[in-house]
Design a protein around this ligand. Structure first.
Ligand SMILES: NC(=O)c1ccc[n+]([C@@H]2O[C@H](COP(=O)([O-])OP(=O)(O)OC[C@H]3O[C@@H](n4cnc5c(N)ncnc54)[C@H](OP(=O)(O)O)[C@@H]3O)[C@@H](O)[C@H]2O)c1
Length: 242
């Protein structure tokens, strides 16, 4: 038996379990399984790791940072951003990777136009760290927007015409608008958006969040987190087989 899985809490529904289970069927990998491990605290990971057939697993909210002390080694990205969403196990040694970075970069690049030269990033959590890692790599200066203000971030109320006239790439890394709270969205002046703006929402459920709907009404181009989700899963699969 070759075992893979996802740790997080709560894990009410999991894209990954369905995705990998279908993949194993398609590939005829009858002794492969992908399970959800709903852990109430990270200490419970010790029990999961006792299974010698576990070859790798993904990590979601709230353990992307808390899992790092379990690692014997990590990719440069994990060392830099301090968030890990994929672990490969070899001879009982855990190596950490961040496949969100790969998924975000590969999904964003085809949409980029020359005017998308500055970005606003809503939220400062784990996914935001992966997003800004990619923006730095692509040489796109960014401004964090957050509920808690500091020298590096601005509050939502500060977003005005002058900021939106220079920042044409808007990325939502907050859970605002995620099912079941589908009426929520980042509090920005949507009437100032236009066709020059590109809105990227990391949320994939619903497919069109309020954020994307309001942007599209102003003529902005939009994309949701579905492609990123698939790309990060495929990158995990590549790592587990490498
Ligand atoms: N498509 C994909 O492959 C993919 C991958 C990873 C994550 N995601 C999605 O990205 C979202 C965030 O995930 P995450 O792991 O980064 O979560 P997280 O670490 O909890 O961070 C979310 C951030 O959103 C902001 N936030 C939270 N509640 C808010 C509220 N009520 N109003 C305004 N801002 C709020 C906070 O930033 P401030 O405190 O700075 O405001 C928080 O740090 C989730 O919806 C997740 O499903 C998608």
């Amino acid at each position: 038996m070759q075992r893979f899985g996802l740790i997080g809490f709560p894990l009410s529904h999991s894209f990954s379990q369905k995705y990998f289970t279908e993949k194993f069927v398609e590939l005829g990998l009858t002794d492969y399984v992908y399970e959800n491990f709903s852990l109430e605290n990270i200490e419970e990971l010790f029990t999961v790791l006792k299974d010698p057939s576990l070859r790798g697993f993904n990590i979601t909210i709230p353990y992307k940072k808390q899992v790092i002390p379990f690692l014997s080694g990590s990719s440069d990205v994990v060392s830099k951003i301090g968030a890990c969403n994929c672990i490969q196990i070899n001879d009982g040694q855990l190596t950490g990777y961040n496949t969100d970075v790969v998924g975000f970069e590969q999904s964003l690049v085809p949409f980029l136009k020359p005017n998308h030269s500055k970005a606003l990033v809503f939220g400062t959590g784990g996914a935001s760290a992966a997003v800004v890692f990619v923006l730095e790599k692509l040489n796109i200066p960014f401004q964090f927007v957050s509920r808690s203000v500091s020298d590096k971030v601005i509050p939502y109320e500060k977003i005005d015409e002058s900021i939106l006239s220079t920042h044409h790439l808007l990325i939502n890394t907050t859970p605002l608008g995620m099912y079941p709270n589908i009426e929520e969205c980042p509090d920005i002046p949507y009437d100032l958006l236009g066709p020059q703006h590109h809105l990227y929402d990391l949320i994939y459920n619903p497919a069109q969040t309020k954020f994307l709907e309001k942007g599209a009404l102003q003529g902005a181009s939009t994309q949701n987190g579905q492609e990123m989700l698939i790309l990060q899963a495929e990158e995990s699969w590549r790592i587990w087989n490498s």
